[in-house]
Each structure stands twice: as C-alpha cells, then as structure tokens.
Design a protein around this ligand. Structure first.
Ligand SMILES: Cc1cc2nc3c(=O)[nH]c(=O)nc-3n(C[C@H](O)[C@H](O)[C@H](O)COP(=O)(O)OP(=O)(O)OC[C@H]3O[C@@H](n4cnc5c(N)ncnc54)[C@H](O)[C@@H]3O)c2cc1C
Length: 176
C-alpha cells in the first residue's frame, strides 16, 4: 500500500481483515483484544492476552515521510489503528522512495540517499496517496449555463474531512 494517512490505515485494516468483523461481534472483539469477564480474570485482562486473527493478506504499508506511521491519526483513536495493524503483522515502513513498478513487484529504496534498494514481490499495489476532485459534471453544467453548487469532496478533496462536506451540504440545503 502506497500512502499511510488516515485512508491508508483504514484500507489496510480492511484488507487485513476477513470474515465477520469483531466490531459487530462482542465475543470476537474481546478475544481479539484480550478482554475477559472481570469476574473471571483480574481486571478483565484475559490470561492468554490478545488473540487476533491472522491477517488475510501479507501487507506492506508504506509512506514517504521518514516518521512513525500513523503520527497524524486522531489523538483518541490513532493508537487503536496502529495497534490493530501491528497485531495483524502489517509491515509498516517510513522514509520510502517508490522507484518503479514492474512485473516483479514494487521497487523501493529508503531515505534521501536511496539506500536498501529492494523489490517487494507483491501481487497488488493499492494507492492511498491523495485524491483530486472530479468536477466533470460541474464543468458540463457550467457550459450549459445551468445553476449548480460544488461542495464536499468535489470542492476540496483533502485528507479525511467529512465534517466540512456535511457542513457545506447542510448549509446549502438550508439556503436552497
Ligand atoms: C477509506 C476512506 C476513509 C475515510 N475516513 C474518514 C474519516 O474517518 N473521517 C472523515 O471525516 N472523513 C473520512 N473520509 C473522507 C470522507 O469520506 C469524505 O470527505 C466525504 O465522504 C466527502 O463527502 P461528499 O458527500 O462530498 O462525497 P461522497 O461521500 O464521496 O459522496 C458522493 C456521492 O455521489 C455519488 N455520485 C458520484 N457521481 C455521481 C453521479 N454522476 N450521479 C449521482 N451520484 C453520483 C457517489 O456514488 C457518492 O455516493 C474517508 C474517505 C475514505 C475514502
């Protein structure tokens, strides 16, 4: 996976997961995180510790920034995303240069001096390295002289910002 921002982390979690989501099955969730009945285990901490399901795939989560992955995630939930991927054995690598994509896989090196060149022999490359707004429809409507409004991701596609999209949508709906 190229790009380890909020969307990269979400997509990595999705790809690491298979079967029923522990988020909707409390028993599964407790087993995964090592949470037990406090009446049975001291402090509700399961004796065997967390028992996560193995990842459904071998995943490399890569970023260009030479800093800890997930540093920019939310203060209250970022640690959960990082712990989830760590439990699933996702390889998290920072300071990566993407040199080439070939039939052999993704060619990478590390740092400004492009050290440790190697090929990750991956089957699929998922790019989570930013987005651009699609405004084709707005352009066509402008050309036709039709009134319209551009809001949300079509206005600015940057990082994780549903709040701004909802705010714009609500205000515009009230105005109309
Ligand atoms: C993996 C992922 C995780 C994210 N996580 C978060 C998060 O945790 N917090 C956060 O704040 N933001 C998050 N975001 C960003 C958030 O999803 C967007 O900012 C938000 O959805 C933008 O809202 P929108 O209504 O502008 O666009 P969208 O939610 O993309 O809605 C556009 C809708 O228009 C439909 N559509 C497109 N073209 C047409 C057409 N021609 N005719 C009819 N319908 C059409 C699409 O099918 C879609 O349903 C995440 C994004 C991704 C991809």
């Amino acid at each position: 996976m190229i790009g380890a921002g909020g969307i990269g982390f979400d997509v990595a979690e999705y790809l690491a997961h298979s079967g029923e989501s522990p988020a909707v099955n409390p028993a599964l969730w407790r087993t995964e995180w090592g949470v037990d009945d406090p009446a049975k285990s001291t402090g509700g901490v399961a004796f065997d510790g967390p028992q996560p399901h193995a990842s459904a795939r071998e995943i490399y989560l890569l970023q260009r920034k030479a800093q800890k992955l997930g540093k920019g995630l939310g203060k209250t939930t970022g640690w959960i995303h990082r712990a989830t991927l760590k439990m699933k054995g996702v390889h998290m690598m920072g300071g990566i240069n993407y040199e080439q994509i070939s039939d052999a896989g993704l060619h990478i090196s590390v740092g400004e001096d492009q050290k440790d060149a190697k090929i990750l022999a991956v089957d699929n490359i998922v790019i989570c390295a930013g987005q651009t707004s699609q405004r084709g429809l707005a352009g066509a409507l402008t050309a036709m002289g039709k009134a319209h409004h551009v809001i949300g991701g079509a206005d600015v596609a940057a990082e994780l910002d549903a709040k701004r999209a909802i705010n714009q949508g609500s205000k515009l709906a009230a105005e109309i």
